[in-house]
Design a protein around this ligand. Structure first.
Ligand SMILES: Cc1cc2nc3c(=O)[nH]c(=O)nc-3n(C[C@H](O)[C@H](O)[C@H](O)COP(=O)(O)OP(=O)(O)OC[C@H]3O[C@@H](n4cnc5c(N)ncnc54)[C@H](O)[C@@H]3O)c2cc1C
Ligand code: FES
Ligand code: FES
Length: 493
């Protein structure tokens, strides 16, 4: 039975939203329906951070605060969540929140358009235990653009706010919020329907809570748009003005957000966000962790899922080449059951993947690294942070007494899909790990890649960079990662 309403905590109280377009963005709801105009609109596509708000989620009995871009989030995904906007930070007696005060004191704001977004991103950073080191602050703020102040005073304000300890009027409310959120949770699928007053067309939104419910629902409506973090799908509405008339949201399915580790592999549910996957992946594959650190911004990584990145199948998606080089297996689920395929086999051609009607990406399985395995991955983009790759490449070789006994090389941004470079791998396998072999592999690459020229890079540049990635991996063989990347606060100070 379709409902018309969702409930979230807004202004610290249970708040019902009734009879609305399920593709209405949270930002539009805040600005046009709730008079919360402190949250600003800049780009409308997740890039500038002006619209940053904080979502509180109940996880293992605790509240977890995450900064997100309200401009690309669909309103119904807020069901059962706590929402904090910049209006909530002001103390009930009207005085500024410590973060707002230190930004003002240190002159971290001029026109002020970006400031609410910064304040909310900083709030989430501090409340989630973020540090005062430069790299940690940079990572938290790369999704927030300021065109007039300069970042120095803002970074200083973060440090000052941390040293003053953000223990504000909101902290005292957390226990109450936890109880309220627990009382709001329901095991049943949320089903909403809405009739567009202009077209008379019905629009549906369902949020199943289990994989079994999702499997049945998607079998019944294989034409539905699956919605995970919405960092791709959101833009189909805000930028491409598409009408999405049936959405199935995956964000409430606990099974899809599990990470498990066995003696042989790590299994990551399709609904796990990059933010959640990063710690375990960084621990086993530091280079993959580094690619994830540069995927979008913290606002994007808090929403974007690994399953969404893979399912979207973009040739310039970052996780795929790295995961293919790591010999990742993909689990696909439908009413016919679960099937597992090598990740590289999933990408058939541009925009076409090996997925039957009603089938969804359920999980990925990555073999744990072996002692004699050498792995490197590189994201090459015009900007270091918050940019789409021109090329992303990864190499994994197993070395046996100086001989390469196995090799996997994969790239994004150099063909119509993420690809495995089989000719290049064949040049490497059985050869000595030396410069001559690498040069042969670099020559062989042209047989594997078919790069195009576009606004990000020319075909020539892409081929050259793809080759240089192999060479870089070779010359970095004996160098610890900490000396080759901007990792950690020490490196970036
Ligand atoms: C500002 C910005 C910066 C970005 N930067 C990067 C970047 O640096 N690198 C990069 O790779 N990407 C980047 N992206 C793209 C995007 O964040 C990723 O592709 C992300 O992983 C998509 O995941 P999602 O959960 O948001 O997917 P959604 O947007 O919810 O869905 C994406 C697609 O996958 C489908 N889908 C989702 N989950 C499943 C599933 N389980 N089974 C089947 N189909 C499914 C959806 O139907 C849709 O077709 C960026 C996006 C933005 C807006
Ligand atoms: S308005 Fe720019 S990120 Fe949302
Ligand atoms: S203060 Fe003007 S954009 Fe940041």
């Amino acid at each position: 039975m379709a409902q018309k309403n969702i409930t979230l905590l807004l202004g610290g109280q249970p708040h019902e939203v009734i009879n609305f377009d399920p593709t209405r963005t949270l930002l539009d709801y805040l600005r046009y329906d709730s008079a919360r105009t402190g949250t600003k609109e800049g780009c409308g596509e997740g890039d500038c951070g002006a619209c940053t708000v904080v979502i509180g989620t109940l996880k293992d009995g605790k509240l977890r605060f995450e900064a997100v871009n309200s401009c690309i989030i669909f309103l119904p995904t807020l069901d059962g969540k706590l929402l904090l906007t910049v209006e909530d930070l002001v103390h009930p007696d009207g005085s500024l929140h410590v973060i707002q005060r230190v930004i003002a004191d240190l002159q971290g704001s001029q026109c002020g358009f970006c400031t609410p977004g910064f304040v909310m991103a900083i709030f989430a950073h501090i409340r989630s235990g973020g540090g005062a080191g430069l790299a940690s602050i940079n990572d938290a703020l790369v999704g927030n653009l300021c065109r007039c102040t300069g970042y120095g005073p803002i970074i200083e304000a973060v440090r000052r706010a941390i040293s003053e300890q953000v223990d504000d009027h909101l902290t005292a409310l957390e226990e109450t919020w936890i109880k309220q959120l627990a009382a709001m949770s329901s095991p049943d699928t949320l089903s909403l329907s809405w009739i567009c007053p202009d077209t008379g067309k019905e629009r549906h939104y369902s949020a199943p809570k289990t994989t079994a419910a999702l499997t049945a629902l998607y079998a019944a409506y294989p034409e539905a748009t699956l919605l995970a973090g919405g960092t791709d799908v959101g833009l189909w509405v805000t930028k491409q003005l598409q009408s999405l008339n049936r959405l199935i949201y995956l964000g409430h399915i606990t099974e899809l957000s599990q990470i498990t580790q066995s003696k042989t592999h790590i299994e990551i549910g399709a609904g796990v966000t990059f933010a959640d996957a990063q710690p375990i992946l960084s621990a086993h594959f530091p280079d993959l962790g580094e690619v994830i650190r540069r995927l979008g911004s913290s606002q994007i990584r808090n929403r974007a899922t690994i399953g969404g990145n893979i399912a979207n199948g973009s040739p310039i998606g970052d996780s795929m080449p790295v995961l293919i080089a790591l010999n990742t297996e993909l689990a696909l689920q439908s009413v016919k059951g679960l099937r597992r395929i090598p990740l590289e086999d999933y990408f058939i051609s541009y925009g076409r993947q090996d997925r039957i009607a009603g089938e969804f990406v359920a999980a990925i399985r990555i073999p744990l690294p072996k002692p004699d395995q050498y792995f490197r991955a590189y994201k090459i983009s015009k900007r270091f942070d918050q940019d789409i790759s021109a090329v992303c490449g990864a190499i994994s070789v197993t070395l046996d007494d100086g001989l390469i006994s196995s090799a996997r090389v994969a790239y994004g941004g150099v063909a119509a899909t993420p690809i495995r470079a089989l000719n290049t791998e064949n040049t490497l396998i059985g050869a000595k790990w030396n410069e001559r072999t690498i040069q042969s592999a670099m020559s062989a690459l042209k047989n594997d890649l078919s790069p195009i020229s576009d606004m990000r890079a020319s075909a020539d540049y892409r081929l050259k960079v793809a080759r240089n990635i192999l060479f870089k991996a070779y010359i970095e063989y004996d160098t610890p990662l900490s000396q080759t990347r901007l990792i950690g606060d020490g490196a970036a100070e």
